[in-house]
Design a binder for this molecule. Structure first.
Ligand code: HEC
Length: 156
């Protein structure tokens, strides 16, 4: 390989590294920049909602393990309990478009857990219930992608 060729190859590798790190920097920015819309709440409501969220996760875990045992009574009981979580009753500091959308999504989750409880009672199989859970979990993930909670301090 002649000197010219070597320099060309070294140059190309260097450019590749530069381009790679530029792409990485862009990815980092996407992660660091929170583009989720804020839902502004009173501090106690934020605490309550996060508490409800942990209940959702816990409830889902219970439902999944009940399904593995085909214990439809336990599925119904847990889904019914999750159906009583009323995040949509949160009173918004500002009824912004995102706040209203947030409430609509919460109402959907609420209805869907109730429907899952009804279907478990009616003896629908675990496959049907799993499909419903997959759909409801899409609400969880799409809401998480779109919104974040912020609290308005010094408000009642
Ligand atoms: C209507 C919107 C919405 C829905 C639906 C929703 N979440 Fe959330 N969830 C949020 C927001 C907003 C946060 C807080 C994120 C933030 O502020 O960074 C959150 C936080 C959480 C947390 C963290 C709790 C903590 O203590 O910090 C868990 C766990 C969670 N959600 C689980 C779930 C599960 C499971 C479901 C579905 C059954 C669900 N969520 C449905 C909006 C939602």
């Amino acid at each position: 390989m002649n000197g010219m060729m070597k320099r060309l190859i070294v140059g190309m590798v260097f450019c590749g590294v530069l381009a790679g790190s530029a792409a990485l920097a862009q990815d980092d920015q996407a992660v660091l920049q929170d583009r989720r819309a804020p839902v502004v709440l009173r501090p106690f409501e934020k605490t309550r909602i996060l508490n409800d969220m942990r209940e959702y996760l816990k409830g889902l875990q219970d439902i999944l393990s009940a399904l593995t045992r085909e214990d439809m009574v336990a599925v119904e009981v847990r889904a019914r309990a999750l159906g009583t979580i009323n995040i949509y009753e949160t009173s918004l500091m500002f009824p912004t478009v995102s706040g209203v959308k947030f409430r609509e999504l919460s109402a959907l989750v609420h209805e869907e857990f109730d429907a899952i409880a009804d279907d478990a009672r009616k003896g629908k199989g675990s496959k049907v219930i799993l499909a419903q859970l997959a759909l409801t979990m899409k609400r969880c993930t799409s809401c998480h992608e779109s919104f974040r909670l912020t609290e308005m301090a010094h408000s009642r």
